[in-house]
Design a protein around this ligand. Structure first.
Ligand code: ZN
Length: 552
């Protein structure tokens, strides 16, 4: 008997050039489902003309991807590079289709700053499906393919050919459809952020190697001359205590204090609060807004800054106040680097904390013991506490509220918001505003108990707004120039105790008369300094919204 050994049929080795071209085509066509959907909805080019333009657009994308891959088309790096692009395109496609987002640099920075808990909120079966079909399936085909061995010099020539060929085809095709192409790119600025995977590649380069406007040099100190102005002619010597609540994803229009027809602010409505109705945010995401909110520069100055500067909290500390940052979310984005900080999101408090997340009210259970840790001589002068909320963080709005606050039902419980009826999304979101209303009123109640030893005030402002399905857009983070007002108009609420009104000479009735004046995050830095009577050369009175109501 003779044993027969039969070799499995040998796989034909593939050339790197073929793999690059296949990957480029796949990415251009299937990695851009969201872009094709957008193009179809645009009124500018339709019918056969639109289809031909779409084909040309796909050829341009494929050839630019070929140019990108020509740098990595070596035997040992090509599969890895293709796989990364496939995964980036698949994840981006899911979020673009589900939430109408686009991929620009701030969005990618957000992705890197998102903690695992937030990421877990966003996992879904739809995401898994999209990634498997668009990325995993072609990777399963790609990885077993043998690559034909090529001498290094010859491979370099092949790669150069891919690079030059890709550029030539991209350039030539662009010329063919130049009229349509340039007018579309001009009229729809965010279209360029929808081109997968080039949007992600560009954002990664922008964050790392493109030097451009990145501020340089060491951190510049700010307001070293800050002093607390003596408050003369006032009987009470109780030091001021300001709680600055940094809201999350709250949009102005869903506050009944600002005219929303649903009763989302039943508790604050009973307090002597002032709610400003026309406040615009500095950015459309936490990572973009936060540093800008605490900066002295304002939105336009912050974008053009030549250096990184210290912020509002540093100036308050220079003046001699006790300053504390309590964080119930994903961190302070560098704003609390030089002041005392406490994270409450990972506490284990029964009824308030569950699966790695705590209700915002947990900060109140901790505040007294945390304040007691601050230096006494500073507390004698006064205290500013920032409370960074979990607030209305999406897309899992329903997870932000305990059962007894679910006033509006049914709620959307799918993190793929576009799968829900829009009203259910709004219900779940409005319940988070009802809970924030409760949280803020609890703070006011607590501040009233502190009046024996302090003179107290509350300032609440959100970092950015949220889209809840208007024009099929969900969540936030669109480039500011194209972001809808839902994402950029934020609530700003103040409450001053009667003794604080006396101390600061700011009259609540006057604030209420000015509540419809246009304001922005640009005013925060100077308004807090004004309210806390900090004298410093960096203070600008024209940006202090309390100044007009100071009864001097
Ligand atoms: Zn945010």
């Amino acid at each position: 008997m003779r044993l027969m050994f039969i070799d499995p049929p040998a796989r034909t080795p593939r050339s790197t050039v073929l793999l690059v071209l296949l990957a480029s085509l796949w990415l251009a066509v299937f990695g851009n489902l969201a872009l094709w959907r957008t193009l179809r909805q645009l009124p500018d080019i339709t019918g056969w003309h639109g289809f031909a333009f779409g084909v040309a657009f796909a050829v341009i994308i494929a050839s630019v991807v070929t140019v990108v891959l020509s740098f990595f088309a070596w035997r040992w790096t090509l599969k890895l590079a293709i796989s990364l692009l496939l995964l980036m395109a698949a994840f981006a496609t899911h979020y673009m289709l589900m939430y109408g987002i686009v991929v620009d640099t701030p969005m990618v920075i957000n992705v890197f700053q998102t903690d695992t808990r937030e990421a877990r909120d966003q996992l879904s079966w739809q995401l898994l499906f999209t990634v498997v079909v668009l990325a995993i399936a072609p990777m399963v085909w790609l990885w077993p393919q043998p690559i034909s061995p090529t001498a290094l010099g010859k491979q370099a020539l092949h790669n150069l050919a891919l690079f030059v060929g890709g550029l030539a085809v991209a350039f030539g095709t662009t010329q063919l459809v130049f009229q349509d192409f340039s007018s579309l790119m001009r009229n729809y600025i965010d279209l360029r952020y929808q081109i997968n995977p080039l949007n992600s590649v560009y954002a990664l380069l922008d964050m790392t190697v493109i030097p451009a406007e990145q501020p340089r040099g060491p951190l510049q100190s700010l307001g070293l001359d800050a002093q607390i102005a003596p408050r003369t002619g006032h009987a009470t010597q109780r030091p001021p205590l300001l709680v600055f609540v940094l809201g999350e994803t709250a949009r102005s229009q869903n506050f009944s204090l600002n005219g929303y027809p649903r009763p989302t602010n039943p508790l604050l409505a009973k307090e002597n609060v002032t709610s400003f109705t026309q406040v615009s945010s500095c950015g459309t995401s936490t990572a973009e807004s936060l540093p800008c909110m605490f900066s002295h520069l304002g939105r336009s100055g912050f974008d053009k800054r030549s250096h990184e500067f210290e912020n509002l909290l540093d100036v308050l500390q220079h003046a001699g106040y006790a300053v504390l940052w309590m964080d119930n979310q994903s961190g302070c984005k560098g704003q609390c680097a030089r002041i005392p900080y406490v994270n409450t999101s990972n506490l284990k408090v029964a009824d308030l904390c569950d699966s790695g997340e705590c209700r915002d009210t947990v900060m109140l259970t901790r505040i007294e013991q945390e304040l007691a840790k601050l230096p006494l001589e500073r507390r004698m002068r006064g205290t500013v506490v920032v409370m960074h909320q979990m607030g209305s963080h999406g897309p899992a709005y329903f997870k932000r509220t305990p059962a007894e606050f679910k006033k509006f039902t049914p709620e959307c419980t799918d993190t793929s918001l576009s799968q829900c009826d829009q009203q259910q999304v709004i219900n779940a979101y409005d319940n988070t505003i009802v809970f924030t209303d409760y949280f803020l009123s609890q703070i006011i109640d607590w501040l009233k108990t502190q009046e024996k030893t302090s003179t107290t005030a509350l300032l609440y402002v959100s970092d950015h707004g949220e889209s809840l399905g208007e024009k099929n857009i969900y969540l936030h983070g669109l480039p500011y120039s194209v972001a809808p007002p839902e994402q950029t108009t934020v609530p700003l609420i103040t409450w001053l105790s009667p003794s604080f009104e006396q101390l600061s000479r700011v009259n609540s009735r006057c604030l209420q008369a000015n509540r419809d004046k246009p304001l922005s995050h640009d005013h925060l830095f100077h308004s807090v300094l004004g309210l806390m009577a900090v004298k410093t050369s960096v203070y600008q009175r024209e940006r202090d919204f309390f100044a007009i109501c100071e009864g001097r």
